[in-house]
Design a protein around this ligand. Structure first.
Ligand code: CTP
Ligand code: MG
Length: 242
């Protein structure tokens, strides 16, 4: 039996750090909306189905101007996201739980246009082998912890520090169970500190539970976050060609 694989692609953020009127995932990059590139990568991969999550005001735009216009036939649903990233992921997972049976799910930031076929393959293989895996790269800069007045307090051991990327990939039932649990937490129970999917699994299963494997990401797989990232992403896309 061939495993069925789904992908949740996130495009429901406000892009505050970008500071543009149009949310960053819809800004034009080499003549196409930024979100096009991640969707294209999944369309051309062995992923079976994609759920695109976006803001309420952008659902119709995504259906017409993105999914239909570019002929992304793997996108089975465009659903409305939530206030925080974690809420949006949960909506994406729910869409899969309701209507199809997938064995594995890849969760991807739509703001990372440079995700490649190779990364998607590594994420699927990692999910099958380890149940939970995250694309990551060693940090290049020295990382310090500072105090509230921005004085350096402590320098972390760089050899142990990795920056997390997406895709983050999981056995579907495992991550869906973890998300359902965390979504039930009350205010102040730590939900607001969770910034990626692996943290949801860590929070629920604890240090002795399901381990999360770091798999090889790519330094080019940047998250377009601030204006200068647009130039970098464009340069990488140009270098990649096609
Ligand atoms: N995201 C989402 N729903 C949210 C918040 C974020 O789907 N409520 C998505 C973004 O669209 C993005 C990814 O999660 O693809 C990573 O988030 P981030 O880079 O932080 O994007 P924004 O939240 O949009 O940007 P900012 O934090 O600067 O406002
Ligand atoms: Mg954000």
């Amino acid at each position: 039996m061939k495993e069925r694989v789904g992908a949740v692609v996130l495009a429901a953020g406000k892009g505050r750090r970008m500071g543009t009127e149009t949310a960053k995932q819809f800004l034009e990059l080499k003549g196409k909306p930024l979100i096009y590139y991640a969707l294209k990568a999944f369309e051309d991969s062995r992923v079976d189905e994609v759920v695109l999550v976006t803001g309420k005001e952008s659902v119709a735009y995504c259906q017409e101007e993105i999914v239909r216009a570019f002929g992304f036939c793997k996108v089975r649903a465009v659903v409305e996201g939530g206030k925080e990233r974690i809420d949006s992921v949960y909506e994406g997972l729910k869409a899969f739980a309701g209507k199809s049976s997938i064995d594995y799910v890849l969760i991807h930031d739509g703001a990372r246009p440079l995700v490649s076929e190779e990364m998607i393959v590594r994420a699927i293989e990692g999910a099958i082998r380890f149940q939970s895996c995250v694309a990551a790269m060693p940090v290049k800069d020295t990382i310090k912890v500072c105090d509230s007045e921005h004085f350096a307090r402590e320098t972390l051991d760089r050899r142990l520090l990795w920056q997390m990327q997406t895709p983050q990939a999981f056995a579907f039932s495992l991550i869906y169970q973890a998300y359902r649990e965390v979504m039930g937490w009350k205010e102040g129970e730590g939900r607001e500190r969770i910034t990626d999917d692996a943290m949801v699994a860590e929070a629920v299963f604890g240090p002795t539970g399901q381990k999360i494997k770091l798999i090889e990401g790519d330094y080019r797989n940047i998250k377009v976050t601030t204006p200068e990232d647009l130039l970098i992403a464009e340069a990488f896309l140009t270098a990649r060609g096609g």
